[in-house]
Design a protein around this ligand. Structure first.
Ligand SMILES: *Cc1c(COP(=O)(O)O)cnc(C)c1O
Length: 230
């Protein structure tokens, strides 16, 4: 299957999911997760109208951002951020979705160049102990949000979640539902919050049904990822 067909099929699945619950397609932003994919594949997808791309590995991402500088793309950093890499993230991306510590937020704020628009940021929440590394606990979320909301040059947009890898649909649904209630609570506290980033290839329809505003899709767009990372 080629990229164009995969994109059309994905768009149709998004439409079907929003229709089931009476939402609008425009309420869901599609982030194309392009880690491990060559710049040529990103260029082809951009030619089909896709603008927002997500990357996990800093050096790989920066190489591609440079190669694609002639396009008007929106770059999201969605990987784990090391403390000594925050300047490069602040200088090269439009969004960072994976903030999970005060020090990372503070460094991104201090290092965001004045010449660029404010950096859009989401807090990554660890949904359960099994959900892998990265992410702030639900208990510490609101304190981190307070800090972020006061920092200059970053714009607090919302939450990002990576759920536990499980095939138990009920468990997944409950986890998404809990994220949505945290998101709604955060919205009442911070008026810049408008983004709930959850849902990937295996679970985006469920995430849309449970209130996601941004899905992060790699495999369903580009095909299976090569096992070996570049
Ligand atoms: C790789 C990745 C995705 C996309 O995963 P697919 O299953 O290929 O859609 C989404 N979010 C994050 C944080 C990722 O690392």
């Amino acid at each position: 299957m080629n990229l164009e067909t995969r994109k059309e099929q994905l768009d149709q699945r998004i439409i079907n999911a929003v229709n089931r619950i009476g939402r609008q397609p425009a309420e869901i932003k599609l982030l194309a997760v392009s880690k491990t994919r060559p710049a040529t594949a990103i260029r082809s997808l951009a030619a089909l109208g896709q603008q927002a791309f997500g990357e996990n590995y800093l050096q790989e991402a920066i190489n591609k951002i440079l190669q694609l500088a002639d396009l008007e793309l929106e770059w999201h950093f969605i990987g784990q951020i090391q403390r000594n890499k925050t300047a490069a993230v602040a200088e090269n991306f439009d969004w960072v979705q994976s903030i999970d510590r005060h020090v990372i937020a503070e460094r991104l704020s201090a290092q965001r160049p004045e010449s660029l628009a404010d950096l859009n940021v989401c807090i990554q929440v660890r949904m359960s102990k099994e959900a892998g590394k990265g992410g702030v606990s639900k208990e510490d979320l609101f304190a981190l949000a307070e800090t972020i909301a006061t920092l200059p040059r970053i714009n607090f947009r919302g939450l990002m979640a990576i759920p536990e890898n499980t095939s138990d649909r009920d468990k997944q649904r409950l986890a998404f539902r809990e994220m949505n209630s945290l998101y709604k609570k955060l919205k009442t506290l911070h008026n810049t919050v408008d983004t709930l980033s959850m849902g990937m290839t295996g679970d985006f329809e469920l995430a849309i049904e449970e209130g996601s505003t941004m899905i992060r899709v790699g495999t369903a767009l580009f095909g299976p990822r090569p096992k070996i990372q570049p």
